[in-house]
Design a protein around this ligand. Structure first.
Ligand SMILES: [Zn+2]
Length: 96
């Protein structure tokens, strides 16, 4: 079960016409989101980044195989930069 999807679904269940969800609910959602962020730290991404890039270079669907990494790269400029550098390096290595 994708936690982020679940959070979105809970958020969507509050229609704009209804009164705003109470603080307890909002606090709970915030907690869920923080937990989700901790699930995949930058360190963990770094560890798997070469594997991810390898798959991408080999024309495999890396984003589908490792969606958590793709998601993290979209959200984290630091890791995204690292990813682009790595991709560049590996592509140049392959050309030789
Ligand atoms: Zn990161």
């Amino acid at each position: 079960m994708n936690l982020r999807e679940l959070i979105q679904r809970i958020k969507n269940s509050f229609s704009p016409q209804e009164q705003l969800p109470n603080e307890a609910v909002l606090g709970f959602l915030r907690l869920l989101e923080e937990t989700q962020d901790e699930e995949m730290s930058c360190d963990e991404i770094y560890e798997k980044l070469d594997e991810y890039v390898e798959q991408e270079v080999n024309k495999k669907d890396a984003a589908r195989l490792m969606p958590l990494i793709r998601e993290h790269l979209d959200l984290c400029p630091d890791c995204c930069e690292e990813y682009e550098v790595l991709l560049d390096v590996i592509e140049k290595t392959d050309e030789k």
